[in-house]
Each structure stands twice: as structure tokens, then as C-alpha cells.
Write a protein that binds this ligand. Structure first.
Ligand SMILES: [Zn+2]
Length: 116
């Protein structure tokens, strides 16, 4: 259950933004979530509905976009995308190196907030 603290922090950021800009209501929140993070879209929305009751963001819809996993080769420095569901072993497409480090894929951030 990683979604609850994540959703709490998302809501806090959204409400801060809403108060600062004197909005009436938050309609949509666009999130970008790394493919490797184990956040489930459905749970984020569920927690959000629960946590946002009585706030400016009540009823807002979350639009969740997955950002691809990017690795960097430790041998030649090349950055490349990986779909972990399709490969068993990750090797660099240029030099077949196996010492790869994660560049992105676990992050999450708010891309856009639509308000009225
Ligand atoms: Zn390489």
C-alpha cells in the first residue's frame, strides 16, 4: 500500500496550488508515474476520492500516464528504454553491456492541474 502516502502528498500539492490561485474547483489532475513504480491507478483514484472529500479537489479525476523505464549502460553510457514485460535480461542495444543503471521509471509527479 504505497498509494496512500503518495496520494496524500499529491492532494497536498494540488490544494496548495488551488489556494494560491484562488480556484473554485479542481477538475482534473494529470499525473506521470514511472512504469516501475508499483502504484495502481485504481487505488490512487480511490484514495484520492476518499482523502479529497470536502476539499476543493473533491470529485477531481486523475489522469495517469505511465512514463517509460530508461536505463543507462555502464559500459558505453548509452541511454535506452526497456519494457520489462517483454525482456528477460536487460542488455545494452549498442554494446550488449549488462551493467545498466536506472535513470527513470520509479518517479511520479504532477504534470498538470485543470481547474475552474
Ligand atoms: Zn552499452
Amino acid at each position: 500500500m504505497h498509494e496512500l502516502p503518495v496520494t496524500e502528498s499529491i492532494l497536498a500539492i494540488v490544494l496548495k496550488h488551488a489556494e494560491k490561485n484562488k480556484v473554485k474547483r479542481v477538475v482534473t489532475i494529470s499525473l506521470r508515474v514511472g512504469e516501475l513504480s508499483d502504484l495502481e491507478d485504481e487505488w490512487i483514484q480511490r484514495y484520492f476520492d476518499y482523502l479529497s472529500k470536502g476539499t476543493l479537489a473533491e470529485g477531481a479525476k486523475l489522469e495517469i500516464e505511465r512514463s517509460p523505464v530508461v536505463l543507462q549502460c555502464g559500459e558505453c553510457g548509452m541511454s535506452f528504454h526497456v519494457n520489462f514485460r517483454e525482456v528477460d535480461e536487460v542488455v545494452c542495444p549498442r554494446c550488449s553491456g549488462k551493467k545498466n543503471s536506472l535513470v527513470s521509471g520509479r518517479e511520479y509527479f504532477i504534470k498538470n492541474i485543470a481547474v475552474v
